[in-house]
Design a protein around this ligand. Structure first.
Ligand code: AHR
Length: 515
């Protein structure tokens, strides 16, 4: 998009770029030696019993004609292993506060059915339960994050679930062994409720804090397993919720959650995932980067009560939320995923990297077929979404040392006076010394020339990839699964120790640099 066009759609645009091509300098501080490590959990995932996230998305059952490994879709398994999923949150979401884990163990044919009243009234047959989830985590090598039922459950029910999953001996361990699993699983993350201010029980923060105290008391560490307990935190701008929890239970929790969705509004249409104007594109990005001041403010409150940073902030639900695809169940939240979603993912991850002193996890919603998914499935077909490709390109930053960077990009400002950088960057150094720089050009139809300065030592680019599309509305359809995918990137050169990158419009470029 030309800048004069930007000016036409927005109330204000600063600064207007005079030259034909946008030129931006990115200076990476490569002298950092004891900086913050970007926890791999920033790349976390969320899988809820919602629509076809679990059934059809992750699980088809061992009898299915769709190629599977013990009931898990083979294509999705392979994609998730390649993605390096570090942690997966399950079984919800809102579903978690109506989930009774005993319904999901034992022979599948004997498991009771229930109505998934949160999500379209679909009948849930409980064929995917505790064993199926924890075994999946083991297969793809990720930490399980169990979201416990506080809203409609009991302390005893959650306490026994922890015992069932993690104790080596005792009645729950014997029951687990009867159901085919002798060894306890390792379960680190335990969420004590979900959105307890809303679908998780419509509580007030004071009441939730008191309930949390009881629940957490009886969720024990068994057999060398150490629980990391997460209090159900605030939504978006509810700073009072964070404040009350920090005051009342700050010493009893390891982490407190936060939810932030890139959504136009909760009432009325949320806009189509694939049909949108240029203005809506910029509105979406502006809303996405609006997570930064929200994170800063919640962290500010936490700092007051916990200056030693003992309690972590976990953004355990985030991502785009649009209208469902026409003709699909409104309660199933199935949406397509375009280059716009890839941009949201990149800009969001760039922000998360900056706050990892306190922000220790982020789980995108959701892993399959729901909201901003990694994969979409239909029958035996599967596509990797542009968001998947962004996550795959970014996974080099997992557990790497964050290298702060300065970027002198102009910003666009939308009609609601929300700002978003035109060009953005993030960088890290892996344990083997390799530097990874990831650049984002959000501009819809202007290329940008980025000069990346890695300091005196400079560096040699050993690999580079680009994710872009012919059109921002492009997506991977079941009959055209490779419309948007990363390819090798060659449009860069090294001059005077700096890397000059010619970024196409609407693109994400990753550079691997040996110095
Ligand atoms: O991710 C969909 C829903 O969004 C979750 O179930 C809930 O926690 C949130 O409101």
């Amino acid at each position: 998009m030309k800048h004069y066009l930007l000016a036409a759609i927005a109330a204000v645009i600063i600064p207007v770029v005079a030259q034909a091509q946008l030129k931006v300098n990115v200076t990476v501080d490569t002298d950092v030696t004891d900086g913050q490590i970007i926890p791999k959990e920033i790349y976390g995932q969320f899988a809820e019993h919602l629509g076809s996230c679990i059934y059809g998305g992750l699980w088809v059952g061992p009898e299915s004609e769709i190629p599977n490994v013990d009931g898990y879709r083979k294509d999705v398994l392979d994609a998730l292993i390649e993605l390096k999923v570090p942690v997966m949150r399950w079984p919800g979401g809102c579903f978690a506060d109506e989930y009774h884990w005993r319904d999901g163990i034992g022979p599948r044919e004997n498991r009771p059915r229930m109505v998934n009243s949160n999500w379209g009234g679909t009948v849930e047959d409980n064929s995917f339960g505790t064993h199926e989830f924890l075994n999946l985590c083991e297969m793809i090598g990720c930490e399980p994050y169990i979201s416990g039922n506080v809203g409609s459950g009991t302390v005893e029910e959650l306490a026994k679930w922890v015992e069932y999953m993690t104790a080596a001996d005792g009645p729950m361990a014997r029951l687990r062994a009867e159901n085919g699993r002798v060894e306890p699983w390792k379960v680190k993350y335990l969420g004590v409720g979900n959105e307890s201010w809303g679908c998780g029980g419509n509580m007030l923060p004071e009441y939730y804090s008191h309930l949390y105290r009881r629940y957490q008391t009886y969720c024990r560490d068994y057999s060398g397993n150490h629980l990391y307990k997460v209090a159900s935190g605030a939504t978006d701008y509810d700073y009072n919720w964070t404040e009350v929890l920090m005051k009342n239970i700050g010493s009893l929790m390891h982490g407190v959650s936060l939810h932030y969705y890139t959504v136009k509004g909760w009432n009325g249409s949320k806009g189509s995932a694939t049909v949108f104007t240029e203005q809506e594109y910029y509105n979406t990005l502006a809303k996405a980067v609006g997570v930064e001041p929200v994170i800063i403010k919640h962290i500010g409150i936490m700092d007051q009560y916990d200056p030693e940073k003992k309690v972590d902030l976990l953004l355990d639900e985030w991502g785009t939320w649009f209208d469902v695809e026409p003709g699909t169940n409104p309660g199933h939240l199935f949406q397509q995923n375009t280059m716009r979603d890839a941009m949201v993912a990149a800009l969001s991850l760039n922000i998360f990297h900056k706050y990892t002193e306190r922000l220790k996890m982020a789980n995108i919603a959701q892993i399959a077929n729901v909201l901003q998914s990694m994969v979409l499935t239909h029958g035996d077909k599967m596509v990797l979404t542009p968001t998947y490709h962004t996550f795959r390109m970014y996974n080099v930053h997992q557990d790497a040392m964050y290298l702060p960077s300065a970027c002198d990009s102009p910003k666009f400002i939308d009609e609601l006076e929300r700002e978003c950088p035109v060009v953005d960057a993030t960088a890290s150094r892996s344990q083997d010394g390799t530097i990874h720089v990831t650049l984002t050009n959000t501009n819809l139809d202007e290329a940008a020339e980025i000069t990346v300065d890695l300091g005196a030592k400079g560096g040699k680019v050993t690999a580079a990839e680009v994710l872009t599309a012919a059109d921002v509305h492009d997506y991977n359809a079941f009959d055209k699964p490779e419309i948007v995918k990363p390819v090798e990137f060659k449009d860069f050169k090294v001059k005077g120790g700096k890397i000059i990158v010619k970024m196409p419009a609407m693109s994400i470029v990753s550079l691997t640099v040996e110095s």
